[in-house]
Write a protein that binds this ligand. Structure first.
Ligand SMILES: *Cc1c(COP(=O)(O)O)cnc(C)c1O
Length: 361
């Protein structure tokens, strides 16, 4: 009998991979896009012209410089990275998450993370052949310190990821609870600070205290999601090894040039972050005006809220029918039942969202 492609796929693709659902990105064409924590602002036209002029010098016939020393220097200055730390660049911090796992994966080794948190920790753990353990947060979405410590004792995780602030809940975990996790961990603890510009809090200055901590940052949520540039910060001894899992030319010429350009105009990015923080407070206050909603405090550029029981799918669909795309988290995790997440947009976009919500609720 003839072997079908389906037979071959079933035989050759690892069963863990076949069991995964692919990371889903919905079509946002024609919609007010408030689903993916993007910065809603572009650049003033003069800045776009200056950027395009820089791109003229891009040498697309040459491979990018894999070390990118000038760009790393700019990132160091821009983010106040301590001089004794090394920096590793990734094609988004997603790639750095994968590189961290590729560097430590071995049969039986565990990735640990509180839940709900960023979906890529689990997905990438499975893809790289690691086991994954999720530890539920408390009902107000804080770290459950004793549950975390028990899970660390039990699983001896090689890698623990803590999103600070946490996606999709938006809050900053209690810093003492994070320190307790770090101190109890036999493995690496990665603090994922994707939203640091909206939080104003960081563990960067505590890196020197802890030999088992690395920090992950990204330019995505600051306004450069399309570029794909993330960075891993930590002791050179760690990053030298993790660097070996990197594909040689992972950060392309256009990204290197554009990120370098953007960071020379940090004032523009900072002003946008400031606007987003201000809009976040306005949006939070407006949502709190609805007695029917539970609105969770956010230190990021998005807000998680809970709608009346059983109505999340309907309200999400009603918003979409009115042209506003947010994220429906109902069903993503037991703790997120009836939860929706809205990214903070421009004042006009937020108004469109609030108008649609008034109709939908
Ligand atoms: C968005 C996000 C990332 C991914 O960032 P990229 O640099 O765009 O790959 C990483 N971690 C968390 C917690 C995020 O929310």
């Amino acid at each position: 009998m003839k072997t079908t492609i389906d037979d071959l796929v079933a035989r050759l693709i690892r069963h863990e991979v076949r069991a995964l659902s692919a990371y889903h990105v919905p079509d946002a064409a024609g919609l007010v896009k408030l689903d993916a924590m993007e910065n809603p602002y572009g650049w003033p036209p003069a800045l776009v012209d200056a950027w395009l002029a820089r791109l003229r010098a891009a040498r697309l016939n040459r491979y990018p410089d894999p070390a990118a020393p000038a760009l790393k220097e700019r990132l160091r200055t821009s983010m106040n990275i301590p001089a004794d730390c090394a920096v590793l660049l990734g094609n988004g911090s997603d790639e750095l998450i994968q590189m961290l796992m590729l560097a430590v994966t071995a049969p039986g080794r565990v990735v640990l993370s509180p839940e709900p948190s960023f979906a890529m920790y689990r997905l990438t753990a499975i893809v790289t052949g690691m086991a994954y353990a999720g530890v539920p947060l408390t009902t107000d979405f804080n770290l459950d310190t004793s549950a975390m410590l028990a899970a660390i004792t039990r699983h001896q995780p090689a890698l623990t990821f803590i999103s600070y602030p946490n996606n999709p809940t938006g809050n900053l975990f209690d810093a003492e609870a994070v320190r307790a996790v770090i101190e109890a961990s036999p493995g690496l603890v990665v603090l994922d600070e994707a939203y640091h510009v909206f939080a104003g809090r960081s563990f960067l200055n505590e890196l020197a205290r802890y030999p088992n901590v690395l920090i992950l940052r990204t330019l995505s949520k600051m306004g450069l999601a399309g570029l794909r540039l993330g960075l891993l910060i930590g002791a050179p001894a760690w990053l030298t090894e993790i660097d070996k899992t990197r594909l040689p030319y992972n950060v392309n010429v256009l990204t290197q040039l554009s990120a370098d350009f953007a960071l020379t105009h940090q004032d523009v990015l900072d002003a946008q972050a400031q606007d987003i923080r201000r809009e976040r407070e306005r949006l939070t206050a407006a949502l709190r005006g609805y007695a029917a909603l539970t609105v969770y405090p956010s230190c990021a550029n998005f807000i998680l809220f809970r709608v009346p029981r059983g109505r999340a799918d309907e309200i999400f669909a009603a918003l979409k029918a009115r042209g506003v795309l947010i994220k429906n988290l109902h069903g993503a995790n037991a703790a997120l039942h009836d939860c929706l997440r809205v990214t903070v947009g421009t004042p006009e976009e937020n108004r469109a969202f609030l108008d649609a919500l008034a109709q939908a609720v």
